[in-house]
Design a protein around this ligand. Sequence first.
Ligand code: AMP
Length: 490
Amino acid sequence: MESDQEHQDVGASNGQDHRGTGPPGLEGVSPGTHNVSEDSSRLQQAGSESGTPDEPTPSPQGLQEPEAEDIKTVPAGDTIYASATSFEDLNLSEDLLKGIYTEMKFEKPSRIQALTLPMILTPPHRSLIAQAHNGSGKTTCFTLAMLSRVDPVVAQPQAICVCPTRELVAQNLMVLEKMAKHTTIKATSSLAGTQFSRNHRITEQVVIGTHGTLKNWMSKRILSFRFARILVFDEADEMLKMDGFASDSVRMIGTLRKDAQQHVQILLFSATFNEKVKNYALRVVRDNGREDANQVFVPREDLSLDVIKQYRVDCPTPLDKVSVLKEMIFPQCEKLGQTIIFVRTREVARSLHAAMENEGHRCTSIRGDMDNELRDKVVNEFRNGTTKILISTDVLSRGFDVTQVTLVINYDVPVEKDWTTPAYETYLHRIGRSGRFGRKGAAFNLVSGEQEKRILDSISEYFKHDIPEVPFNDEDEFLEVLKQAGLTDG
Ligand code: AMP
């Protein structure tokens, strides 16, 4: 049985993976570029949240605004930043404003945007560490930041965005393309299947990619940082995790600072920063005291936890987890929106998928070792609603936005790589896949055995959030809690 945890290989590179665990078929195996408009249409087709430009605007109700008093800002230095009340306050180009109003259909900045965009766009363009949940408008923050800070006349990479998975690269590219529609700014990403030749040089102003591919492009000098002005890390805490991408991220920041002819602004965005990672991030960004970063934090407890109803299901044996899925969850799935079932390993994803299919239940699964084409197909089918139930390793636990997801099942409770420490941030990210954009959401945690129970207890304690039990074999109770969570009418 394969025993590696999925998060060990997310975004691993091209056989040069720094931890030496990169199996074939991952992002970065086929570094290449893509035709931006082709990608755009492919992604739009795949089911954009916002629909086609002709459709009525669905976006404003998509925001999940934190309370103003819950947002903590720590400005560095003595620059005074006025919160932006309109996008006009931000000195954006006409072309960008047109994108914001006519393509994105935004009317005014969200709270997080109103606070962070002036910090990002006002000289001296200090770096920023921001904790804000998906749904608060953070993608717009860093997308707009990149688009405003690049010079469209200079055909050189100037804004680099690093993401932990190819699915996030796709999502961010889609938003950026849409917002940039009326500008002449070009973007490229690590998504395309075509290979760059050795003497190719990237000329697009914005480059979005996973670590593996960007590292590969850097080493082959396909990607130059000479003109770089802004570097964004999406899901930054994942990118700075000691047992994850930290060394690669720090190396990239170092190379960029060394190669760039001008000051590089670094933006670290994430929905979760634990204290250790936050302090580390501050140290990295401060560059031995040469820089001081601004900080914006929405307290983590306010993210997701109150919106999503969470339950525990104590299963006497691991096999009972399968029965719960088959007997309690799957029969309801038609009535629910869409469901993501998170598992710990690729092997469990594979075997659970096979077991469900054998029983005649329709579902798909996604793992980091699938080839990119298949991975895109599975994601696209889920996005456009062709499939309703998706079994996933943690490859999709972060930032994956599908509005119709109402139910998350933690088939395995999330643990760190030592297999015993609860993965608190991952828990929050996983359950946050449901209840997107103000919709209802619920999460069932299936636990079997003392260790899993202990892990879930610690998660509940850590977030100071009670997780009530639903008996594993009581169908009426399942129906009742789904109703209470607002997922069914009864
Ligand atoms: P994000 O957190 O960036 O993923 O944004 C969450 C949702 O809110 C997306 O559907 C965005 O299109 C939408 N959104 C972001 N900024 C704004 C805004 N200023 N006004 C209205 N909707 C927004």
